[in-house]
Design a protein around this ligand. Structure first.
Ligand SMILES: NC(=O)c1ccc[n+]([C@@H]2O[C@H](COP(=O)([O-])OP(=O)(O)OC[C@H]3O[C@@H](n4cnc5c(N)ncnc54)[C@H](O)[C@@H]3O)[C@@H](O)[C@H]2O)c1
Length: 293
């Protein structure tokens, strides 16, 4: 192959002048802030129509506005709690309307941690983690089945967001670790059920330490407020700011010696959803700066 032909084959600019996801519609849950918000912006930047889904209506609207201010009508908000079954149906219906009858991408990203040591985890803590991280993604994928089990030759991709806690376990996170491990099995099953006839790709991305409110100091006081009013304190107890020069010690377990930014996490999601990953299917991709290798 001549070099210029090879360039035409790999060049994003030449092959996708209107973005990697032009004419595609993506649902991103938990897109009101953190990793999900950056993912929504990057998908929109690559031409996708983006459905910003989050329980926090105000934050979701701010994200959609930041997109629509640059690219009008590129984003809509469908706010609600993913553990609410009727919300899941509304989300799929509104996404399909926005996408002119099509949905191409789901990123099951909404989530939080409700930590406790095994002998103190309550039933509510346990059930909530499974509801948010397992049942909700399953119900969303099931509700969206009519838009994924199609043969229109357009790409269809499902991405589940997991964690190194799900792959390696983590003290104080039995409920979260179990739930984050659960999506690995769900993802592989989607790949096996919907790959053969419909070409749907499904992959899991397991993040390490990404700087969002989930990994900030608990003393900052961030809380998750569930739709039933339950408040969960978020963050890592006693997490200290790392001073310049202390990185080697503070991040000794991460070969890159730093946490990842939400945008770096989002880039991995968009990369996996992109045509460059068209033969990557059923995998669990760890995005950790090299931690746990
Ligand atoms: N930050 C990390 O280091 C890290 C590491 C591994 C995995 N993760 C996972 O990444 C995902 C995104 O987390 P983040 O770090 O960006 O956190 P975040 O708190 O910044 O953002 C999460 C968003 O999800 C929304 N959300 C939570 N529960 C919801 C529900 N029931 N219904 C609708 N929206 C809901 C929140 O309102 C919030 O806007 C989560 O699934 C988390 O478990 C994060």
């Amino acid at each position: 192959m001549a070099p210029q032909d090879r360039l035409a084959q790999v060049s994003s600019h030449l092959n996708f002048p209107r973005g990697l996801f032009h004419n595609q519609t993506a649902i991103i849950t938990g897109a009101g802030q953190g990793i999900g918000a950056e993912t929504a912006r990057l998908f929109a930047n690559e031409g996708a129509k983006v459905v910003v889904a989050d329980v926090d209506d105000e934050k979701a609207n701010a994200v959609a506005k930041s997109i629509n201010d640059i690219a009008p009508n590129r984003a809509i908000v469908v706010s609600g709690d993913v553990t609410n079954a009727s919300y899941i149906n509304t989300l799929v219906q509104k996404a399909a309307e926005f996408g002119d009858g099509k949905i191409h991408i789901i990123v099951n990203n909404a989530g939080f941690a409700w930590d406790g040591v095994i002998h103190k985890i309550t039933d509510k803590q346990w059930d909530t983690m499974l509801a948010v991280h397992n049942t909700a993604p399953f119900k969303l994928v099931r509700a969206a089945a009519p838009y994924f089990r199609v043969k229109d030759k357009e790409p269809r991709v499902i991405i589940q967001i997991s964690s190194t806690s799900g792959i390696h376990g983590n003290a104080g996170q039995a409920n979260y670790a179990l739930a984050k491990a659960g999506v690995v099995g769900l993802t592989k099953t989607i790949a096996k059920e919907w790959g053969p006839q419909f070409g749907v790709r499904a992959n899991t991305i397991a993040f390490g330490y990404i700087t969002t409110r989930l990994t900030a100091a608990k003393e900052n006081g961030a809380t998750y407020v569930a739709s039933d009013g339950t408040k969960v304190a978020l963050g890592i107890p006693g997490r200290k700011e790392v001073k310049a020069g202390d990185e080697a010690k503070a991040y000794a377990e991460i070969p890159l010696r730093r946490p990842g930014s939400p945008e770096e996490a989002a880039r991995a999601i968009v990369a996996v959803a992109s045509p460059w990953f068209s033969y990557v299917n059923g995998e669990t991709i760890e995005v950790t700066g090299g931690r746990n290798i």
